[in-house]
Write a protein that binds this ligand. Structure first.
Ligand SMILES: [Cu+2]
Ligand SMILES: [Zn+2]
Length: 185
């Protein structure tokens, strides 16, 4: 019941990232150093139970977030970085709106967008799990006004419905069903 099931890919990713975070930096595949995690977010459901984990890392080629989560309804779900690092169940309204320091409109396909916190839909498999990585704008992990790790913090939020990537304020993605406060490592 309290298990967080993490798929193979995510488990491998998390293992490598965690390993690289402690002490000596072991060489990664091809002898390249592994990325050091910049931040993590424990993802909880609307009852406050942890159901997943997200790891943010800056790499040589950009910035990524790896997400492993279970216990969600199958299908596409809106996924965003929200402006306040507080996840109070059951509605997670405490996370505020989308992270939007550049004052754009919502959606990756919106000509007047996107919010800096907009992400592609999270695709949940038939067994209720998702195990994937996304590329992030590198500014999100750099110090400065566009950093996720600003004074109010930030949160990663999963929604009940798909995000249409076009309509304000949230692409029609509906209720918030999972949330994680993004904590710097
Ligand atoms: Cu959202
Ligand atoms: Zn948005």
């Amino acid at each position: 019941m309290s298990d967080v099931r993490i798929g193979m890919g995510g488990a491998a990713l998390l293992g490598l990232l965690l390993l690289s975070g402690c002490g000596g930096r072991p060489p990664g595949p091809g002898g390249n150093p592994l990325p050091k995690p910049a931040a993590t977010a424990k993802l909880t459901d609307t009852t406050g139970k942890q159901i997943g984990l997200a790891i943010f890392a800056a790499t040589d080629t950009g910035t990524t977030v790896g997400i492993s989560i279970a216990g969600l309804p199958p299908g596409p779900h809106g996924l965003h970085l929200h402006e306040t690092g507080q996840c109070t169940p059951p509605d997670f309204a405490s996370a505020g709106g989308h992270f939007n320091p550049t004052a754009r409109h919502h959606g990756l396909e919106n000509p007047e967008g996107p919010h800096l916190g907009d992400l592609p839909n999270l695709i949940v498999q038939a067994n209720g799990s998702a195990d994937t990585t996304f590329s992030l704008d590198p500014v999100l992990l750099r110090p400065g006004p566009l950093s996720l790790l600003d004074s109010t913090g930030s949160a990663l939020v999963v929604h009940a419905e798909p995000d249409d990537q076009r309509s304000d304020p949230s692409g029609g993605s509906g209720k918030r069903i999972a949330c994680g406060t993004i904590e710097p490592n």
